[in-house]
Ligand binder design. Structure first.
Ligand SMILES: C[S@@+](CC[C@H](N)C(=O)[O-])C[C@H]1O[C@@H](n2cnc3c(N)ncnc32)[C@H](O)[C@@H]1O
Ligand code: SF4
Length: 466
């Protein structure tokens, strides 16, 4: 295949049969967070919280820390919770460290944590001193494995290269930067503060200066994002020396501020489902052609020559497979000891909770089908998986065979592999399979987790509707 340049964005000539099947389903819709979970009445919360805290953790558990502040609200984003002011940082980190220490005092020994994720919001908005003391507290209070992946998520605003280096020196080993697009006009419209060139220059420098894993998020399906803009985004991303790249389909759910701008005509319209599918397929082919590896439907790794900059993507892959996760910080969602829980999302209530209490805002017993959901989600997110995994579920294999006829996947004797279109439609495939083993019921989730980016899910931006 020849190289595509920004001057010739003929995406179609890169595509092959079954790369684009835009009419396979009416909508691209993900499974609701906590599908099938059984709500626990608030009267039982204290006893169950104590049970969660005093149950030993399993080997390879995850830990998630939520930093619910943003310097501004980006119009496309459903994660925004609280306006960032530097005065918020120290009291919030004090409370977070107290939460960590309280849990450590209750937790029996044993088990291990092999991936830690600081997500948001914007963890990188915290000061260098607060980030470093939080990293130190994590290493002091949690049983981390020697090779634990420790990710800090954020954006380039308020994250100087010196601050990034300080985080790495303090124990982080992976930085995930949200870029969304390198197109300056589009970025401005979305509420991003720096130009595309600034974002690219920052990432190029960060990749050349550090020995850590550096990954970036791009989105497709944004308003006015045409073939040339998308081809340019990928060209730039490929030129930076990144360890990994996330490609997220923009999920325009109704409560986002961007809807008002679209209604008023203040933004160009959203690309069609067919264009989104074509852009996704083009990106997959473009990255594979450049020698990258597809680790999951949305995540790619660069075969980087420097071994300690090699991407593992451990947290994201494990959380999708239903691995247990301890949650800390206002709005974080966790799962342990057979329960899913959410930490108090109201910041004032979170900060006011006595230091010897876990600030719980919601509790549910995990679904009896949790293991099967984890299997479905983990396998379909990976995009290829052993056929034997589904042997205990003939009803699911039957459905997979029907999708094979549509070109969404291929089934060989041992292996099931999604086509590129199948990977694009994976959120819908996962949802349909989960519903086959656990039909829809009312009241399956708390009201605050009904949108796809709820912190209940901790970083699983899947598109829900086109
Ligand atoms: C939790 S957000 C944090 C990003 C970081 N604070 C920033 O400003 O870049 C993580 C990622 O979710 C993705 N995301 C946010 N809103 C989304 C949406 N409506 N649809 C799909 N992905 C979205 C973006 O790619 C973003 O980088
Ligand atoms: S993209 Fe990042 S900074 Fe912007 S609102 Fe979402 S979480 Fe906050």
């Amino acid at each position: 295949m020849s190289s595509l340049t920004p001057a010739s964005p003929d995406l179609n000539r890169w595509l092959q049969a079954n790369d684009v099947l835009p009419t396979a389903f009416a909508e691209r819709k993900a499974l609701m967070p906590m599908w099938g979970a059984q709500m626990v009445p608030p009267t039982a919360w204290p006893a169950i919280t104590q049970r969660i805290l005093s149950t030993p953790i399993k080997p390879s558990t995850l830990a998630y820390f939520h930093i619910p502040f943003c310097a501004n609200r980006c119009v496309f984003c459903g994660f925004y919770r609280n306006a960032w002011q530097s005065k918020h940082g120290a009291p919030y980190v004090d409370r977070l460290i107290a939460e960590l220490e309280f849990e450590a005092s209750q937790r029996p020994t044993g088990g291990s944590i092999n991936a830690v994720y600081f997500g948001g919001g914007t963890p990188t908005a915290l000061s260098e001193a607060d980030l470093c003391r939080l990293l130190a507290a994590v290493q002091r209070t949690l049983p981390l494995t020697d090779d634990c992946e420790i990710t800090i998520e954020g954006r380039i605003s308020h994250f100087s290269l010196a601050k990034a280096q300080a985080c790495l020196a303090a124990g982080a080993n992976r930085i995930s930067i949200g870029v969304q697009s390198f197109d300056s006009q589009l970025r401005r419209r979305l509420g991003r503060q720096h130009s595309g060139d600034d974002a690219a220059a920052y990432l190029r420098e960060l990749c050349s200066q550090t020995d850590a894993v550096i990954v970036a998020d791009l989105m497709f399906g944004l308003p006015g994002q045409d073939d040339a803009k998308w081809a340019h985004d990928l060209d730039v991303a490929l030129s930076l020396g990144l360890s990994g790249l996330d490609l997220y389909a923009f999920n325009c759910f109704p409560t986002l501020p961007i809807n008002r701008m679209l209604e008023k005509g203040a933004l160009p319209p959203l690309p069609s489902l067919a264009t989104q599918n074509r852009h996704y397929a083009y990106a997959v082919r473009r990255l594979i052609d450049a020698g990258w590896t597809q680790l999951s439907n949305s995540h790619f790794s660069n075969p980087n020559p420097r071994p300690n900059r090699r991407e593992r993507n451990r947290y994201n892959q494990a959380i999708k497979s239903g691995q247990d996760c301890l949650a800390f910080g206002s709005g974080a969602g966790g799962c342990h000891a057979g329960y899913s829980y959410q930490v108090q999302g109201n910041l004032d209530d979170y900060l006011a909770t006595p230091l010897d209490q876990k600030p719980i805002a919601f509790l549910a017993g995990t679904s009896p089908q949790k293991q099967a959901f984890g299997l479905i989600q983990g396998a379909l997110e990976a995009g290829e998986f052993a056929r034997s995994l589904f042997a205990p579920y003939p009803i699911l294999l039957q459905q997979l065979q029907l999708w094979q006829q549509q070109g969404l996947l291929t089934i060989s004797q041992d292996q099931i592999t999604l086509s590129i279109a199948g990977r694009f439609w994976a959120p819908t495939l996962i949802r349909e399979l989960a519903q086959l083993i656990s039909p829809p019921k009312e009241e399956q989730c708390p009201p605050h987790s009904q949108h796809p980016h709820s912190a209940m899910q901790n970083k699983k931006p899947q598109s829900v509707s086109a």
